[in-house]
Write a protein of this length. Structure first.
Length: 555
């Protein structure tokens, strides 16, 4: 039977987000099952099932949808099969793209459970239906905002109230938490005496009063965190004021403190005429461990208030002491820690010309690596298949009484051990990943750029870049005696020795010669014994078989 070359190819696209607009829509599994049945009934060829759990109310928010349209433009499919048009779009940008793809005949069909949309159809129909989906989102957003505004004007917060208060779901009001309201008041009382710092009050509340957070389905019932303590002392909700989207509303909940008490505490905290505390986020946490007791390293923020009203923020990293309360390690200030990180990054920094040369050589090595792997794999495969055949023959011999039960068991055990050995060898050979060259390129790019990117991130205080680079340094970071020790992941370990060899080459070059001709540098690199033979570059293919690989850096 010949294949129908005129048959359209479809992507099956199912979407359901967690937002209220989709709560009544069938689940992704239900959509997929129903659409698969529809495809069978209509004799539609589905080339791939695509599912997504993202909202469609804003453009450029759904990676699967974006990739699907690109693949349609590339000619991989002719149509899209979906539950309803509103599964594809609820915003005018995506609706316009779909409409244009239909009109230009790039997208030849959109099939839903109700009807099919074709390039020759009246565009008004498609635009009306997609417009209805978009209007639904707008109306829903307006209704939610209108409801929230009405609740705020009536004096009730629209979000979860702070610790010390509870939502009364039956009356839709906010009431005092009988377990915590008085304890939170005592926190304010201690602060108002002027004899305690917030951290001291927090220790008393947690350890002496037994203050704990609310228990919820996601957890809770834990000691109050340091950040929560500061929020308690800076949240105007406790004096009866609700803040929302830059506006303030008079709350109907029972105030915990007076306005005068609230403002006095803000002055004590150095926050006079401010409405919100300055927020600081910790950059270097995660795999960092104490070198003395092995516990995790945590961070603590401290604020120094000056008489002129200025405040200075400091972050210190120290051992949690959870494994050994008597751990003697002292804290280290963040700026000092960053200096050490910068120094470590400089130890693997390589020039661009060396990166280009090294990757070119690795590409040459990759060709041989592929050939070697195929030879090894073929040999191991033949050994494994021979072992299986001998096992089959052994069973036949036992069935024909050519072997005693004892002889059969003995030979079978040996063959099974040999078979397992070949299986492990095959797995090991297969693990010599085909994409090691791509991973090597990421490692070289990291070594080339990380130091300069980190310097820029420190200068601009770009928290995300600093966190990303720190996360790439590995999973075994040790802090001891205020000194950071990094056991570089396997990929970057040979980079340090290569860095020394490359620096030595560049130090010998005269300034006019350096950078004059890349071919000259390539020849020098190629002749260097530390960068040739059985040295670091040759280590990389086997090194890259491990799972301990650094992540990619965004420039």
């Amino acid at each position: 039977m010949s294949k129908d070359t005129n048959k359209k190819r479809y992507f099956l696209y199912a979407r359901k987000s967690s937002e209220s607009e989709d709560r009544q829509i069938q689940s992704i599994e239900d959509q997929t099952n129903r659409l698969t049945e529809l495809a069978h009934n209509l004799n539609i060829e589905i080339i791939e099932h695509l599912t997504e759990s993202k909202s469609a109310k804003t453009p450029n928010n759904r990676p699967v949808f974006e990739e699907m349209l690109q693949r349609v433009e590339d000619g991989e499919a002719d149509g899209i099969l979906c539950w309803q048009i509103n599964r594809l779009s609820r915003n005018p940008v995506d609706s316009g793209r779909l409409s244009w793809l239909l009109q230009s005949n790039v997208l030849q069909s959109i099939q839903t459970v109700d009807r099919e949309y074709l390039p020759g159809d009246n565009v008004l129909l498609f635009n009306v239906e997609s417009g209805v989906a978009n209007q639904f989102v707008l109306d829903l957003s307006k209704n939610v905002k209108r409801g929230n505004l009405g609740r705020l004007k009536r004096g009730w917060a629209t979000s979860l109230p702070p610790i010390g208060y509870l939502n009364d779901k039956s009356e839709k009001t906010i009431i005092k938490d009988p377990e915590r309201f008085n304890l939170i008041r005592k926190i304010w009382d201690l602060m108002l005496t002027g004899n305690y710092r917030p951290t001291q009050i927090l220790d008393i509340a947690n350890n002496e009063w037994g203050l704990r957070t609310r228990k919820t389905k996601r957890g809770g019932n834990k000691p109050v965190a340091r950040s929560t303590a500061y929020r308690i002392l800076t949240n105007p909700f406790y004096m009866g004021v609700i803040e929302h989207d830059g506006n303030t509303y008079k709350g109907k909940h029972e105030p915990l403190v007076t306005r005068e008490e609230y403002e006095r505490v803000q002055q004590m905290l150095g926050r006079e005429n401010t409405t919100r505390p300055k927020r600081h986020t910790i950059a270097y946490r995660g795999p960092l461990k104490c070198g003395e007791c092995g516990a995790m390293i945590t961070a603590e923020e401290k604020v120094k208030h000056q008489k002129n009203g200025n405040s200075h923020y400091y972050t210190y990293y120290h051992c949690t002491k959870r494994k050994d309360p008597n751990c003697s390690q002292s804290p280290i200030e963040e700026k000092e820690l960053e200096k050490q990180i910068a120094k470590e990054l400089e130890s693997v920094e390589i020039p661009t010309d060396f990166k280009d040369w090294a990757l070119a050589r690795l590409k040459e090595m990759n060709s041989k690596e592929v050939d070697d792997r195929e030879l090894i794999y073929s040999s191991q495969r033949r050994g494994y298949e021979s072992c299986v055949r001998r096992l089959d023959n052994l069973i036949d011999m036992r069935a024909n009484d050519e072997l005693s039960e004892e002889e059969f068991r003995e030979r079978k055990q040996k063959l099974l051990e040999e078979k397992d050995k070949y299986q492990e060898l095959l797995k090991g050979t297969d693990k010599r990943v085909d994409n090691w060259l791509e991973i090597a390129e990421r490692g070289f790019s990291f070594a080339e750029k990380a130091s300069s990117l980190f310097a820029e991130a420190r200068e601009s205080n770009n928290l995300e870049t600093k966190k990303e680079i720190f996360a790439t340094l590995g999973s075994n970071l040790i802090l001891k005696d205020k000194i950071l020790r990094i056991d570089w992941d396997n990929l970057l370990f040979p980079m340090k020795s290569m860095k020394k060899a490359v620096d030595a080459i560049h130090d010998r070059l005269e300034p006019p010669k350096y950078g004059e001709d890349k071919r000259d540098l390539s020849e020098i690199y190629a002749k260097n014994p530390k960068l040739q033979g059985r040295q670091d570059l040759n280590l990389l293919p086997s090194v890259l078989e491990t799972d301990a690989l650094p992540g990619e850096l965004r420039p």
